[in-house]
Design a protein. Sequence first.
Length: 140
Amino acid sequence: MRSILDLSAAGWDRHRRWIALVWIVQIVLAAYFSLLPAAKLGAMPGSDKAWHFGSYLILALPIPFLWNGKTRLYTAAVLLALYGAGLEVAQQYVPGRSFELADMLANSTGVACGAALAAWLRSVFFAFRWNAVPDSNSTR
């Protein structure tokens, strides 16, 4: 019998490396778009706070898949929120951009919601790993 989502240790490490690579690209893109002058960024539809919340929610999704344990999860989430706060402070030095506490709050709320959602998804993912299904190679 094998589980539905059975990943060997080597297979999980390979997936974790890809998740980390995509996450690093996301973080670099967040910095790029956060520090882009307003003239080059253009007008974005919808609420600015919704964009901040959604962006940092997406940035926080990989965290529980990269680190195990609540302490590491909380540490990574706090560091990501501080990263967002740092980018928000740096925006005051970019032409056409400004520093806003409400944006920092939206970033931090997005991180908290994204990390919580991903932790729940991770628990569901690993719960399904133990629901065994018959192996196609096994004999009855």
